[in-house]
Write a protein that binds this ligand. Sequence first.
Ligand SMILES: [Zn+2]
Ligand SMILES: [Zn+2]
Length: 464
Amino acid sequence: MKDTNEIPAGASAESETPAANHGGPALSRRQVLLVGATGAAALATGAAAQERAPAAPAVATGTVAGMPFRAFVRYGAQGSVADLRLRDMKPTQVLVRTRASCGCYTVTTSVLGNAPQRTPTIPNHSGMGIVEAVGAQVRRVQVGDRVLVSGTPWCGQCHQCLTGTPEWCNYLAPGGVPNDAIAEMADGTGVVESAVIGGLSEIIVAYEEYCVPIFSDLPDEQIAMLGDTGAVGIAATSVYDPVQIGQNVVIFGAGPIGLAAVQGARAQAAGKIIVVEPVRYRRERALEFGATTVLDPNEDTDTLVERIREMCAPRTDRLDAGGQVAGRGFISMRGADLVVEASGFDRYPPAVEVGPDPTGLLALRQAWEVTAPGGSLVTLAVQRGDIAFPGSAFCLSGKRIYGGQMAGMNVMRDTARFITAMENGAVDIGALVTATHPLEEVREAFQSVADRTELGVVITFPGA
Ligand SMILES: [Zn+2]
Ligand SMILES: [Zn+2]
């Protein structure tokens, strides 16, 4: 950018902690963290600091203020594309020129609903594009980088990142980071981004911790799917308890998440891959992507669990030869090694076949029931209502249950390996993208998501 008054990272007026001030320039907190106290003293001497400072180009905060752009904004009882002007960025934020943003079913009400929205908000919670400016303290991405703004951040330093639950990085937690207005409308009213990301916008202003630099030539819409549904499906089979060769996997729901999970299971040479899905075209796609059995939950609903358990039985019932009994009472010995629950619930009546329970709770219960003792259940759907399980079985059955926010992804670690799997053909996320729409067609795009007539739906910005 011409008017950004470029300055080296960490040498700006925003430096937070002049930790080694011996007459040289003050060092930022990040510089001190990078080189340690001894190095900090050495670096605080002009030229050396310039040479060894973090490499990310930086712009002074405020120089991007006033930039015009368009976004889909929910305000009052409806949403529409609006002309906005950017406000000042924070020194820890990144300005991304959006190229693609994948639609998520959980966002349908934000786009299509009419519940009053008091603060103008840009919906959605992921996107990808090109870095156009970075705050003075940003190091992870540089101007010109291709970048995914993931639905889940990773800071690497908070309690959750350090203790094995990076999918709950505290930058995601309510109150983790301020969600201040990034732009304003023509009358000066501030506009915020949903989940501090938004996505249905020509511009995303994101905290550095949400940004994953992308070193790949894969198409924009495929990278966009890694910010949400596509990545979640692959992760479900490869992060918490990765599928081992020949293990049996059951997947409830064959939307974009469930079908990506089918691909992930196939890529890891699962044994049986059993998919439960009421919508015929989705069952057919599941078979194309590697499902070995597809089941309609509307058919013989009462026996679904028993049928799946029997499908997962070992080859013999001889206990001295690796066999298994069926079990009795509240403990069934039979079930799948890994179960992925991705059926969701109906925020809107589907325009396709309807499952036996629009709340999704039946599918969740069945998913738990078909998980073998010692097996793992990853729950990904956002259900409607409270759940109840039989106490004894819940407490004693030996099932590992993972509440799968982003399916447990460490987005900085896992995004790169998913891209490798996409590039070598092990998974085909591109085949999950069945519709792309420009910003002007956000409503049509999310209507198709609500109707479940499409799989991966991506908003694209062709001119960006
Ligand atoms: Zn989502
Ligand atoms: Zn963190």
